[in-house]
Design a protein around this ligand. Structure first.
Ligand SMILES: Cc1cc2nc3c(=O)[nH]c(=O)nc-3n(C[C@H](O)[C@H](O)[C@H](O)COP(=O)(O)OP(=O)(O)OC[C@H]3O[C@@H](n4cnc5c(N)ncnc54)[C@H](O)[C@@H]3O)c2cc1C
Length: 376
């Protein structure tokens, strides 16, 4: 039988799952700027305990057993020709690459701060980046975290648990942080931050004085447009949620007014057969939450259904953010539900059951163990 060809554009948290799921049903080509899954998740853990983070969130593509059957191309996508069904990119050596598709999955995600950038990088460069940021924060006696979302809260929390002697302050604009979660989630996390000695400063909106705020850790005092005196620390971490969709390689007709990819409830790009978008880049719902709500499974299923002439299914979202907020801790993994309730998986179960069986086998279908952070 004539196998269809699927191009997965962007192999991040979602693209990799789509590629893994489709590998047995189509000829899959995965195009990405990194040679590995370098997840944007769990910023706090990444900054404070990079080796722990890397074990689960920075995994070379070669380690995923199911990706053995997927042709991977390390390149920056620069364009797509929808008429001839071809994506165009630029490889490491600057040469142009083209890949034809029967179905295209757009999963190029968003850029955010210094930790999510669509830059071509080798494993050595990824490792150097990770270590440099960790060392910069480790050396600071005091840290200000600016921002009220999950990345800011998780950073303050994890730095406080890793470095109990450091002065850590979290500044956020609203009365409460984690505004996109159920209010009970913040109530619970707030108590834990206070117990850890993190200074909480609601009602502070930072002045973003230059274009690079949020892109690098800075050390200048932070000014507030809400009238308070400036605040200073040896390191200022900006986690202000200025996400930008990685869509400059796509024609404007595919995008909404904010630059995200317009999709139907089936996660299809309207008006184009076989073109799908999923993950943070897809304007699936106001929170753009298809990554954590099994959008990978839906897109995989719908692509197979479209090839076979079957009916497509539609996407559903719980309408509030949910999931892990501060990552795996010594006392286990806490998961916050859309209802604001939380449950904790004890650390033995995370280490011995959830990560090896649910994530590495169930989700990724097998991951080899060797890791560049331990060998570099
Ligand atoms: C199973 C699962 C569980 C989750 N659980 C949680 C949770 O508990 N808590 C939580 O907060 N969130 C969770 N999330 C969601 C997470 O916060 C983000 O939504 C997710 O990381 C977004 O994934 P993405 O693939 O859309 O983007 P990314 O992971 O950023 O992937 C995009 C990839 O495309 C590459 N790229 C970009 N532009 C180009 C280009 N021009 N050329 C080539 N490559 C390019 C990028 O470098 C990157 O590698 C979960 C997600 C998943 C899949």
């Amino acid at each position: 039988m004539n196998r269809k060809r699927v191009v997965v554009a962007g192999l991040g948290d979602v693209g990799i799952l789509v590629a893994i799921r489709l590998a047995r049903h189509a000829d899959v080509v995965g195009i990405s700027v990194k040679p590995a899954l370098v997840s944007g998740q769990e910023l706090g853990l990444r900054l404070s305990r990079p080796e722990d983070w890397a074990r689960d969130y920075w995994i070379p593509f070669d380690n995923f057993r199911r990706l053995d059957a997927v042709r991977r191309v390390q390149a920056t996508l620069t364009g797509v020709d929808l008429a001839t069904r071809t994506v165009i990119g630029r490889g490491e050596d600057g040469a142009t690459i083209t890949e034809e598709y029967d179905a295209l999955v757009i999963s190029t995600g968003v850029s955010n701060g210094f930790w999510r950038r669509p830059t071509l990088q080798s494993a050595v460069e990824i490792s150097a980046d990770l270590r440099a940021t960790h060392e910069r924060l480790a050396a600071a006696n005091s840290v200000i975290v600016v921002g009220g979302g999950a990345a800011a809260v998780s950073s303050a929390f994890n730095m406080a648990t890793t470095w109990p002697d450091k002065r850590i302050d979290l500044y956020f604009p609203g009365e409460r942080a984690l505004g996109e979660y159920h209010p009970r989630t913040w109530n619970r996390i707030q108590g834990r931050l206070t117990d850890l000695g993190v200074g909480l400063h609601p009602g502070h909106r930072a002045v973003i004085s230059n274009g690079s705020a949020g892109e690098e850790i800075s050390s200048e005092p932070v000014q507030w447009s809400t009238g308070q005196p400036p605040a200073a620390a040896e390191a200022v971490l900006w986690a202000i949620g200025r996400v930008r969709p990685n869509t400059d390689w796509l024609p404007a007709e595919l995008l909404d007014e904010h630059g995200f990819v317009r999709v139907t409830p089936e996660l299809k790009v309207p008006g184009h057969h076989g073109v799908y978008a999923v993950g943070d880049v897809a304007a699936s719902d106001p929170l753009r939450s298809s990554a954590r709500n099994r959008g990978d499974a839906l897109v995989t299923r719908n692509i197979r259904a479209e090839f076979a002439g079957r009916r497509l299914r539609t996407y559903r979202t719980p309408g509030r953010r949910w999931g892990s907020l501060v990552g795996i801790q010594a006392d286990g993994l806490e998961v916050f539900l859309p209802t604001g309730q939380a449950f904790r998986l004890p650390s033995w179960s995370v280490e011995r059951l959830v990560m090896p069986f649910v994530v590495r086998w169930g989700m990724y279908r097998g991951v080899r163990e060797n890791h560049p952070l331990r060998t570099s």
